[in-house]
Ligand binder design. Sequence first.
Ligand code: AMP
Ligand code: ZN
Length: 116
Amino acid sequence: MSDNCIFCKIVHGDIPSRKVYEDDEVFAFHDINPVAPVHFMLVPKLHIVSLLEAEEVHAALLGRMLLLAPKLALEQGLKNGFRTVINSGKGGGQEVFHLHIHVIGGGNIPPMVKRD
Ligand code: AMP
Ligand code: ZN
C-alpha cells in the first residue's frame, strides 16, 4: 500500500467505490468519470505504479488481470466486445499512478486513434 495513492485507498476501502469484482490479488471498480456506458478498471491490490515499473515477478498477476477483463466485461453486459486501455506514465496520459486496466464499452466506441 502506498500512503498517498487513491487506488490503494479504494482497494483498502478507505475511499468508496462502486465495486465490480474482488479477489485476493485484484480489485475492479467503476470509473468515477466514465467515457462510455460501461467503464470500469481492474487494478492489482499490490501497488505497482505502471507497466513501466512492472517486473517479471508480476507476470502471472498481469496475465490473470487480462484473462479476468473479458469475464467481467461480459458480466457487465458487453457481449459485443470492449476496449481495454492501459495508460503508462505521463507520456501515456496516465493520471493515477497505480497500474490499472480500463475496460470500456457499450454505446458508440470510436476508433482509438483519430486519423486526419
Ligand atoms: P488514467 O488516466 O489511465 O490514469 O485513468 C485514471 C482514471 O481514474 C480516470 O478515468 C478517472 O476518472 C478515474 N478515477 C479517478 N479517481 C477515481 C475514483 N475515486 N473512483 C473511480 N475512478 C476514479
Ligand atoms: Zn496504489
